[in-house]
Design a protein around this ligand. Structure first.
Ligand SMILES: *Cc1c(COP(=O)(O)O)cnc(C)c1O
Length: 352
């Protein structure tokens, strides 16, 4: 008899930026496993759904008129944002300026695309430093990157100020909201297309969007940035393709639409409020126990705990991670509940 391996359990997963997909997203994915939005003239229903996905993302990011496509994830979106900026900038030695908190996908982008990546120190609140960023920008800067929800501390960079710096020297401005994009609409942070004339953005339905993997988003304010990515496509009915990959997941696209139709905006708002309350409670609990804790701005908590305790918790089955500096990092995704945190703290008290 055919035995199915057990499905991934999210019970003790505190380290991941992915989560349990919404039931509607799971069902929609199953309907579109065998379709390919990379070939829109052949697979016309998924092509329509992709346009719908981009338009729904437009609502989330505060500008219904944006353009874009559904990528394989934040990495592809960031690579493509760097590529679009590079291709539409006159410099023969282009550079990208990003805070040191930028996701490692920008290192991959720089290497693949042969652009120089200039990383800039952040301030004491872990946010991009405007003066340091200004000093790193020059006439060869094709792209300035700001992060709305950093991977390590969940911080939001000063996007409007970075945007101004970028545009003053003819660079493009990219916001990486891969993780934060579906919670930020319910905060008072300035991060979206509505807050500043951002040129491109990464926002991943397969993280807080609760779609299945793989579903990322690359959004652009101006269609010309997508044109800067176009490759001619002989033997397809469509004549050009902007995506980096060829055959793409129809499951990701259909699930992104289903998740957003089910959850935008009330469901995502409720998720934000619930996960943020959990993050605050966990941060208080860690702080009360004497661990040096960084106050959460988004549903993500970091705290310095002894390495031995970290290893004991992993041993006890907790899927936890550390920051580059070695602090415990807990991502409060939608599958994390009050009960999860109670059980985690009970184990922590028992093991310390
Ligand atoms: C997760 C993440 C990425 C990378 O996204 P993938 O979907 O893993 O490729 C990029 N930037 C930020 C800020 C992220 O949190």
């Amino acid at each position: 008899m055919h035995r199915q391996p057990p499905r991934q359990s999210f019970d003790r997963v505190l380290s991941s930026m992915c989560t349990q997909p919404h039931p509607a997203a799971r069902a929609a994915a199953a309907d579109f496993y065998a379709s390919n939005p990379g070939d829109p003239e052949t697979y016309q229903s998924i092509a329509k759904l992709e346009a719908r996905a981009v338009s729904l993302l437009g609502s989330v990011v505060g500008d219904r008129s944006i353009d874009g496509y559904i990528t394989s994830g934040g990495t592809e979106s960031n690579i493509q944002a760097v590529r679009a900026a590079r291709n539409s900038h006159p410099s023969t030695t282009p550079n990208v300026v990003a805070p040191e908190t930028a996701h490692f996908s920008f290192s991959k982008a720089a290497e693949v695309l042969s652009v120089e990546l200039r990383t800039v120190p952040v301030d004491e609140t872990y946010r991009a430093d405007i003066d340091a960023t200004a000093a790193a920008i020059d006439a060869n800067t094709a792209l300035v990157v700001g992060i709305a929800g950093t991977t390590e501390h969940g911080r939001v960079d000063p996007i409007p100020e970075l945007c101004e710096l970028a545009h003053d020297t003819g660079a493009r401005m990219h916001v990486d909201a891969a993780w934060g994009g579906f919670v930020l609409p319910f905060t008072s942070f300035e991060w979206s297309f509505a807050d500043a004339p951002v040129d491109s953005m990464t926002i991943d339905p397969h993280k807080f969007g609760q779609a299945v993997v793989p579903a990322g988003g690359l959004l652009v304010r101006d269609r010309s940035l997508l044109d800067a990515l176009a490759t001619e496509t002989p033997y397809l009915e469509s004549t050009t393709q902007a995506s980096l990959t060829g055959t793409r997941s129809g499951a990701g696209v259909a699930s992104a639409v289903a998740a957003m139709e089910a959850l935008w905006p009330e469901g995502y708002c409720e998720t934000y409020e619930r996960t943020m309350a959990i993050a605050e409670r966990l941060a208080d609990a860690l702080d009360n126990r004497g661990f040096d804790t960084v106050e959460p701005h988004l549903p993500l908590v970091t705290a310095s705990i002894p390495r031995s305790l970290f290893l004991s918790l992993r041993e006890a089955g907790w899927r936890i991670a550390t920051t580059a500096a070695g602090a415990l990092r807990v991502v409060c995704m939608p599958h994390v509940t009050e009960a999860t945190i109670d059980a985690f703290l009970a184990d922590l008290d028992r093991l310390r």
